[in-house]
Design a protein around this ligand. Structure first.
Ligand code: NAD
Length: 342
């Protein structure tokens, strides 16, 4: 009973193991919760060291999608799929078509999209066999919407924590100038914030220096910057026992997934007086955009929906303060109230 005992197994509605020998597809599809609508979440392709590792990943990620989608106020549930294989060497059209056939058999209970290790081009092969696939890139990269959500989320955090309506003069330590990070940095700069940035990509750093007047620090020094806001936009688990004692910022507001190394870090941040904008609330702009596209909802309404992330965070911050709880715990509860049937 390995799957049922897995610590991340959390009343998942359905977990499907797919094997298709002709294409070599080995995939796991986890439908966590469909109370609010069909489960939506990306398809990750990864060279997992073991099948157990793949199971753990898909269970954890699918559960996370339910929380993210529910808090974002979307009419969809949470799910995820993983393909076991090397995304650099094992991709073929047949592999993704076989996944499409498996999704078709699920009859729309799960809708996939691109994720780590997969691309819009891969999803186009999935779409040969099923319509239960979103984010084909038809209207472009969703990252700018993720960046917008981060920006309005940071504004809400500044208002709550610093009692200020403006970003003017605030120092933001921003880690990762990628698709989301750079656009977020641009917005912060336009709002008068001062940027201190780190990345492993020299070209991105150079551009930020030139276009945004950013100060560049070495990759590991970003945690020590005397900043008002720490904005993690690169890797997960950057809020951990090692970095906690180093952060000077009073706000954490960034796009990265799974920022808390362990759940108890949420309480540690609260005790240190650092206001944490829960990752799955602040970074939902991209899924909002993808969901609108999939459901053929008006594109003109996407921005207003993404801007609601600011209001949602303001409510989470206020409730966390009132109840003396970490913001991460409050955000979970807000989600659960929406997706758990009464
Ligand atoms: P990306 O790959 O475009 O950008 C990541 C950036 O981080 C790159 O510039 C990379 O060079 C840099 N980086 C890598 N290692 C680093 C390190 N050690 N220190 C500093 N910088 C480092 O990815 P993205 O799409 O911008 O996403 C960024 C984060 O936000 C990821 O955690 C992603 O899961 C999350 N996220 C993205 C979206 C989206 O719409 N793209 C939505 C939700 C969450």
């Amino acid at each position: 009973a390995f799957v049922f005992n897995e610590p991340n197994f959390d009343a998942h509605e359905q977990v499907v193991f797919v094997s298709e020998p002709k294409s070599g597809l080995k995939a796991i599809i986890a439908v966590h919760n469909t109370h609010l609508g069909p489960a939506m979440g990306g398809c990750r392709m990864w060279n997992y060291a073991s099948e157990a590792e793949a199971v753990t990943d898909v269970l954890r990620l699918s559960r996370g999608m339910t929380y993210k989608n529910a808090v974002a106020g979307l009419p969809i549930g949470g799910g995820k799929s993983v393909i076991i294989g090397n995304p650099k060497t094992d991709k073929t059209p047949a592999l993704f078509e076989a996944l499409g056939e498996a999704l078709e058999r699920l009859g729309g209970r799960y809708v996939t999209a691109e994720d780590v290790g997969t691309s819009p081009a891969d999803m186009a092969h999935v779409a040969q066999k099923t319509s239960f696939v979103a984010g084909l890139g038809a209207s472009g990269d969703p990252s700018p919407f993720t960046a917008l959500g981060c920006f309005v989320g940071a504004q809400a955090a500044v208002k709550h924590q610093l009692k200020r309506d403006s970003m003017e003069g605030l120092i933001v330590a921003l880690q990762g100038l990628g698709h989301v990070g750079y656009d977020y940095a641009r917005r912060l700069h336009a709002a008068g914030a001062k940027l201190v940035v780190a990345d492993i990509d020299q070209a991105a750093l150079e551009r930020a220096r030139r276009e945004l007047g950013a100060e560049v620090v070495p990759v590991d020094s970003i945690y020590d910057v005397q900043a008002d806001i720490y904005a993690p936009c690169a890797l997960g688990a950057t809020l951990n026992p090692n970095t906690l004692g180093r952060l000077k910022a009073k706000i954490v507001a960034g796009a990265a997934n799974n920022q808390l190394a362990t759940a108890d870090i949420g309480e540690a941040l609260r005790q240190k007086g650092i206001l944490y904008a829960p990752d799955f609330v602040i970074n939902a702009g991209g899924i909002i955009k993808v969901c609108y596209e999939y459901l053929s909802k008006p594109e003109a309404d996407v921005e207003a929906h993404v801007r609601q992330i600011g209001d949602t965070l303001a409510e989470v911050f206020a409730r966390a303060e009132r109840e003396g709880l970490p913001t991460s715990v409050v955000a979970d509860r807000v989600a659960e109230q929406r997706f758990k049937p009464a």
